[in-house]
Design a protein around this ligand. Sequence first.
Ligand code: AMP
Ligand code: ZN
Length: 114
Amino acid sequence: MDSCIFCKIVAGQIPSSKVYEDDLVYAFNDINPLAPVHVLIIPKEHILASAADATEENAALIGHVFAVAAKLAKELGLDGGFRIVTNSGDDACQTVHHLHFHLLGGKKMSEDLA
Ligand code: AMP
Ligand code: ZN
């Protein structure tokens, strides 16, 4: 999608700090990190604006995102644990409308999820 900042990152039109890439997903460091490790994992294709659009057809892709997250967590030394967050819609303060998953770790996080 032409106007989407994350599509531009995948296309290399906006620079990013790449952490991982394969045929399906791209992972890069969040520009405004909220934890010592804050990686965004996104499907390369702009097929979903948010988790609200997910269907059974997307199950394999979303499962792959979680497998990549687990692999990155190991590689990045998140032995104490980590959090995976996806914001969907205004109430969740979603700002970029290209499905993405925040992988957060490297510190003891708040018990308060909301
Ligand atoms: P959300 O609020 O869940 O939509 O998350 C969007 C995330 O994208 C925020 O954590 C931003 O800091 C991050 N972000 C926005 N622009 C960039 C960029 N150019 N490079 C890396 N992260 C970005
Ligand atoms: Zn996009």
